[in-house]
Design a binder for this molecule. Structure first.
Ligand code: ADP
Ligand code: MG
Length: 681
């Protein structure tokens, strides 16, 4: 072919693609040649022919088989259909079995040769391959083989041949996205070459390099977007607050802030209190569970209200909002600051009263849930918005909250410790304060990793805690019984068991499907010690404070991520008494065992986070950042599997390259980029 192809050309310019096939590609989001180049494989397999007698059963393997018998279809109760035939090579034969794909019957003709790829099963010296992948031997090529996303009516071969038809033109179809300086600094090959490598890998090493390039691209543009956002926000100037006598506040607080809390309060004060004009505060306060973020936020609130502005605190759940309302209300009442509560269940009548109050000259702390960002709610004179457990809110919700504020000082609280390099990258639009030490006198929560074999002893331990007048949390990973098939006790099942085993105790049950009022009643009951045991799904993860609870039992602990487990453990050890966390493990593999053992042996959230980053890559932290439009779709921990250091280094490079690029931009270029889609795709 010596055609001239353009990235905007429709697929129909390719031989063999007509209107029908091109509409099937459209289902994959591919409507032109440029997009076809960007239709990346979702996975890869190693294409290699193994003789049947050399294959290891129960491991994936590829075979070159000749079809030996006519496919036959049998029917089973419930409408199930099974297609079966035999095929083999010179060393033996195997049953090939497909479920519910009777149309494949005409595909396999006796005597034809196919490449089959699947997990070989061996039973009573009979070999079987269930639902293997397959292709004509004529299309087979050894090496790393791309597997594309599938769409109805579009075979892997059809996708592959369309892609292969355009790859020779990649130089003109694939545009470079990175600035040329960055490509140079990073020593990248050009983008077209990387794209070709992804579609048609030449070696495992080259494939990894190509993937790294795309991962870098995503990180670069993510970083650039945050940097531009930061530059943009820096243009929104605000008047500083006047300084405030904090002595009454600290007296009322009733404890001495830790040095880390002091430092955070100082940093926030400098953001808020100054002469003249400065950009609004946009700060993340990061601190482990129980590190005392609320007191720091309260100091910011105090400064704000004393400056005759309203302060807003938004919590992700009704329970948490009420808890803050109760404790902050009590803290501030004697200081002459009234606290208002506004959640989804606030009645119309009360909302009217609140509106009335807000229109007067008094300033308040308004605590609530996302009801605060509903359009019908209008809070005037906002000087500060605090968002607790920020990762529980979507980006859009957070943006809406800040849009509502005329003077948008923003403080975000996060209980998810994040390794420093990663935090600087993920929250590049914000300043960061870290509370890295716990208040004094905190006893370490003793953590045990046990199996079902210790069930009776665990139950006896629960009894002892309750006899001592304490309370117990029992957390299960799932809520419905349909999941119990896999040997995992559902929360409902667990609740029944606990009620039966502890007939004389008051047992409550909490799950995410309950109505807010129900949840609330349950949680309030527990915190007022009207319940002894609270069985729950991980909904209690967020910020609940019941100091009398001294035992956290986590069922099927291997099912939770390290940071969730750490958060759950943080629900106990909040009072003066010794607390315990029991990790009841189900089936463990090497990595889940290592994870749980690490949790058992470490109570420093930042160290656990480092461990997570090292073993699982940064993927788990992306959710914390609520990255919004960018989802790091290329990110793959396996690319970094061999070296934990390189992911951190790649992240730092992406950030510094993005910063250098932004520094070179003129204001006009910046504002054009800010509004263009270039940053988004
Ligand atoms: P988190 O950071 O998880 O939101 P909280 O703000 O709820 O933690 O604080 C946890 C507990 O520690 C609260 O009961 C709080 O009163 C207490 N606390 C906070 N700071 C201190 C301190 N400096 N000294 C003693 N107790 C503190
Ligand atoms: Mg908290």
């Amino acid at each position: 072919m010596n055609k001239q192809l353009h990235s905007t050309d429709p697929l129909t310019v390719l031989d063999g693609i007509g209107a029908v096939k091109s509409s099937r590609f459209a289902a994959l989001g591919v409507t032109n040649l440029g997009e076809l180049c960007e239709l990346f494989p979702k996975s890869y397999r190693q294409n290699k022919v193994t003789r049947l007698i050399d294959a290891v059963p129960d491991e994936p393997c590829g075979f070159c088989f000749t079809v030996l018998s006519l496919p036959s279809v049998s029917y089973y109760p419930g409408g199930k259909r099974l297609l079966r035939f035999t095929a083999g090579d010179d060393s033996g034969k195997a049953n090939i079995i497909f479920f519910n794909q009777p149309y494949l019957k005409n595909r396999f003709v006796k005597g034809d040769r196919y490449f089959f790829y699947g997990v070989l099963r061996k039973k009573n010296s009979v070999y079987s391959l269930y639902s293997p992948e397959f292709e004509d031997m004529s299309a087979f090529r050894e090496g790393i083989h791309p597997i594309y996303p599938s769409a109805e009516g579009l075979s892997q071969n059809a996708v592959r041949s369309a892609v292969n038809a355009v790859l020779p033109y990649a130089d003109s179809l694939v545009k470079e996205r990175l600035p040329s300086e960055t490509v140079l600094h990073m020593g990248f090959s050009d983008r077209a070459a990387a794209v070709c490598e992804l579609h048609s890998p030449t070696s495992a090493q080259a494939l990894i390099s190509a993937k790294r390039r795309l991962i870098f691209e995503e990180m670069f543009f993510f970083s650039l977007r945050l940097r531009l956002l930061r530059d943009n926000n820096a243009k929104v100037l605000t008047e500083g607050f006047h300084s405030v006598d904090m002595a009454p506040f600290f007296r009322r607080l009733g404890f001495e802030p830790t040095p880390a809390q002091r430092r955070a309060i100082d940093e926030i004060s400098q953001d808020l209190i100054f002469e003249g004009q400065k950009p609004v505060m946009n700060r993340l306060l990061e601190g482990d569970v129980g590190s005392g973020k609320t007191a720091v936020a309260a100091a910011a609130i105090y400064i704000t209200v004393r400056n005759n502005k309203n302060a807003v605190l938004m919590a992700p759940t009704e329970i948490l909002a009420k808890q803050h309302f109760a404790s902050l209300g009590e803290l501030f009442r004697p200081l002459g600051i009234r606290t208002l509560l506004l959640t989804g269940s606030t009645k119309i009548q009360r909302r009217r009263e609140i509106s009335e109050l807000l229109s007067g000259s008094e300033r308040f702390l308004i605590v609530g849930t996302h009801a605060l960002i509903e359009d019908s709610v209008c809070i005037p004179h906002i000087g500060l918005t605090v968002t607790d457990e920020q990762h529980r809110f979507g980006v859009r919700q957070r943006e809406r909250l800040s849009e509502k504020a005329e003077c948008r000082n923003m403080l975000f609280l996060s209980a998810t410790p994040i390794p420093r390099t990663l935090a600087l990258f993920l929250f590049a639009d914000k300043s960061i304060s870290v509370i890295d030490t716990l208040p004094p006198g905190r006893k370490k929560t003793e953590t045990y990793l046990v199996t079902q074999a210790l069930r009776e002893r665990t139950d006896a331990f629960i009894d002892r805690q309750l006899d001592d007048g304490h309370q117990v949390y029992v957390v299960c990973p799932l809520i419905s019984d349909s999941d119990s098939l896999s040997g995992v006790l559902s929360a409902e099942g667990c609740y029944s068991r606990i009620k039966e085993r502890f007939p004389n105790r008051r047992v409550g049950f909490l799950n995410g499907k309950m109505k807010p009022e129900e949840k609330d009643r349950m949680m309030t009951g527990f915190s007022e010690h009207k319940l002894d045991i609270l069985v729950s799904t991980s909904v209690i993860e967020v910020g609940i404070n019941v100091p009398n609870a001294t035992l956290m039992l986590i069922e099927n602990a291997e099912r939770f991520g390290l940071s969730t487990l750490h958060q759950l453990r943080g629900r106990v050890g909040r009072g003066a008494d010794k607390s315990y966390c029991i990790l009841m493990a189900g089936k463990l593999n090497d990595s889940s065992r290592e994870r749980l053992e690490t949790l058992r042996d470490t109570d420093d959230g930042f160290r656990l986070a480092e461990f997570d980053l090292k073993t699982r890559g940064p993927g788990d932290f992306f959710g914390v950042a609520q990255t919004g439009r960018l989802d790091f779709s290329f990110f793959e921990s396996s690319v970094f599997a061999s070296s934990s250091e390189s992911v951190t280094r790649l992240i730092s490079s992406a950030k510094s390259e993005a910063d250098m690029y932004a520094d070179r931009l003129t204001p006009a270029e910046k504002s054009r980029l800010n509004t263009s889609d270039a940053l988004m795709n």
